[in-house]
Structure formats: structure tokens, C-alpha cells
Design a binder for this molecule. Sequence first.
Ligand code: NAD
Length: 475
Amino acid sequence: MYANLQLFIDGQWLNGDGRAGEDVINPATEKPLAHLPHASAADLDRALEAAKKGFAVWRATSAYDRAKIIRKAADLMRERYDAISKVLVQEEGKPYPEARAEVLTSSDIIEWYAEEGRRAYGRIVPGRGKGLRQIVVQEPVGIVASFTPWNFPVLTPARKIGGALAAGCALILKASEETPGACVEMVRCFADAALPAGVLNLVFGVPATISEHLIAKDAVRKISFTGSIPVGKHLAALAAKGMKRATMELGGHAPVVVFADADPEKSADTIAAYKYRNAGQVCISPTRFYVQEPVYGRFLARFAEYAKSLKLGDGLQRGVAMGPLANARRIDAMETFVNDAKDRGGKIVTGGQRRGNQGYFYEPTVITDVPDDCKVMTQEPFGPLAPVVTFKTFDEVVERANSLPYGLAAYAFTGSGHTANLIGDALQSGMVGINSIAVSTPETPFGGVKESGYGSEGGIEGLHAYLNTKFISQA
Ligand code: NAD
């Protein structure tokens, strides 16, 4: 039922064949699922040569024809969504309905880019002299090296593959070694859609070894990374050495501001379901809850009631609302956050501990009475923890919400249009959801500010991330 784990280089599927590798673990059982081959240095160089060849073919293919192939891959993903979703559940842990939504959204993203690639228009700027044509054209940046994490093993690669291929670039993707199977199956859809050899290559290995090897090569002109801030800073520095363009989608610590004029129960229902999606291992997950004093009690009661009601279990079982954390590191991290919160006077309303002895299950947790400078309020929790505190005034909550170096997503709930306008402007964040959690769609820009990174994926901005602008002055 799991995937056949292979590398994909120059249009060929490669097995272990004496290569180093590692086991992929099911986080619900802690048992191995399969063995993943690692790319050797020779494999990486072969992928680079293939990408050079692939890029020459792909950039010479019209955007119209490129779109047909990319769309075909999206169609194949839709046909195979059930099998891909089951692979995703086994390796990452999220419940099947979430995995299915991820796979189907990813096919939407790919299809959207296929269409948008046909509209990578240039423009003519009126010249100052008679007969002068000032032409602005968009060209693919070239070969892209992308690095994606374990929490959305299909969606994060889909954004990078869709944008790069629609723009006419070739791509070497290093997906997550901890959750490789669903990405392998997505790449198989591109192979089966007859994408020319070398345009898309998939490798795995020791992340630092692969990124250093690829980013140092002159032929690689663009880096795209999704992951943690420390790794993002390291890769951005490597990219800067070669003056390469980079998109950095890094961590966040999203504030949720609930004003007294919002409906507290409705706000709690909306945001609580979103909080525990993928057990909180989402970069735009709501992670710090500031509730205005008059509605604090009602919001907290409803939110905690929802958290308590969640059924934990293996994501392939029916009715399971939250799966295990994706790896043992997250369990250790949750214990550190919760112990620190308790030491600092925090009260556990529900959860606060590991569940069972097998699988990386951690209870949906709600914490109150924590100071703003404790760990869970200042560091990205990346897990099922919801610290809920009070605030008094608009200015105070804006200052507290903007006080961290993160700036990826932020949320606010209010019944006032005026307050909605003011809070939307005031929050330092790449994306703001007001009475809404829909901050990530294929057609809208997704990206952070401050240490959460730079550049956008999604929307027309996500296509421009893979295009260079060239100006031609023609007399
Ligand atoms: P980590 O910092 O070790 O790794 C984060 C990701 O970067 C992983 O996918 C890893 O394979 C990759 N990576 C690590 N070193 C790399 C390198 N030198 N070159 C290329 N890729 C490299 O942390 P982790 O334990 O895997 O995850 C924990 C933290 O990472 C979380 O707390 C969260 O802050 C962050 N994270 C963010 C996202 C996101 O969507 N922005 C996704 C996953 C993890």
C-alpha cells in the first residue's frame, strides 16, 4: 500500500542499487514503511546535466504546449488521488480527509500554474524617440533547486514544481526524506504525462550535503526553500554567494486577535478546527490567541470544548480528527514548550501530554495564563498547542502581535468593518485573515515578511518568482 521509493533523474527512475539510504517511518506506529535511496554526488551531477538539457528543450517549448503537459499531470493526480493520499497519511500522519484535500489542492495549484504560464505577458513601453520600441519580456530564470519539508509533502513541492515548470524552468527537487512517497507519486504523474526528460528531477539524501552541492553550481540560478528560519538563513547565504535569486518560505507564529465585538463562539469554531489541522504542524497555523477581556471566557470555553472532542488516532482510521506528530522531535519540542509554560505560571485547560506509548501522539492542548515572554508565546510551536491570553485595547494587542521577528500569517475576528480595516493594515504579516482562515489558495500570493522569509508562491507573484525581466530597446 505504500510507495515504491525511487530517485527520478533525466527521465529515469533509479532504485537503491548500492546507494546509501534510510528507512521511512510511519509516525502512527513507529514502524518502517520502506527504504529510501539517497542520491550520490554523481547522481546530483547527472541531475544537473539532465536539467541543462531539459531546460533547453522546455524553454523552447511554447507556453501553450507546456500547459498541456502540466495540465495532464494535474489530471493524473486527480485520477490517483486516493492512492497518493493513503501514502501521505502513512508517512506524515495527517488524517485521510486532510491528505485528500492536500492532494486535490495540489492538483489545483498545478493546473492553475499551467493556465497562468500562458499569460506570462511582457509589455511595450512608449519610447521617447520616434520609432523607438521599448519591449519588456519575461524569460525563465533557468535551473531551479528546490527544498521542501515534511509537513506538506505534496503541496509544498506542487507550488515549486507548478511555478517553475509553467515559467519554462527546469527543476531539481529535494523533497523531504521523512515523507518522500507521496511526492514520488506526484512526480510519477509528471513522468506519465510525458514531461521531457531532465525538466523535473527528484532527489533525496542528507539535506545539507545536497543543498550545498547544488547551490554551489553556476548552472543553478534560483533557490526555493520551505522550512525553518535557521535553515532558510543558511541557504539564503549560500544563494547570495552566487547572486542567485531565492524564495524563502519560513516559519511563522501567527497571532489570532479576537475583538469583543466578534461572535466568540463562531470565532472559536472557525479557528479551533484550523488550529489542530495536521496536528498544528502548519507554518500558517494560528499559534498565539489574544482575546479581548469581555469575550475571553466564552471564547476559551468553546475552543477548549472543541479541543477535548477531537478523536486522535491513525489517520487511515475513519473518524480520526487528528493524527500523530510527524516525528519524535516534535514530541520533545511539545514537552519543552508545555513544561516551560507550567514553570511560568501557565494553566493547562486540556491536553498537555503525550497519548499512548506507540506512535507520536500528543493531545490537543489549550494553555492559559502564560506570560508573553514564555517559550510557547515567542517560538513557533509547530504542534497542537494553543496558548490563549487576554488583551484590553487595540493599540496594546497590535504591539504584542507585532513584537516577534515572525511575519507569515495573522488572523483577526471582529464585527466591525472599521476595526477590520485598521487591523488588516496594522498587522505585520504576509497574509492576514479577517473573519476568515482562507489565506492560502492557488490564485493568491503566499509568503512572509520579517524573518518568515521573502518572495511569494501562489498567485501571479508565484509565477514571476521564476521569471527574469528583460528590457529590449529597439530603434
Ligand atoms: P529542521 O530545521 O532540521 O528542518 C526543516 C526542513 O529543512 C526539513 O524539511 C529539513 O529536511 C530541511 N533541511 C534541514 N537542513 C537543510 C539543509 N542544510 N539544506 C536543505 N534542507 C534542509 O527542522 P525540523 O525538525 O525538520 O522541523 C522543525 C522546525 O522546522 C519547525 O519547528 C518549523 O519551525 C520548521 N518547519 C517549517 C516548515 C514550513 O512550512 N515553513 C515546514 C517544516 C518545518
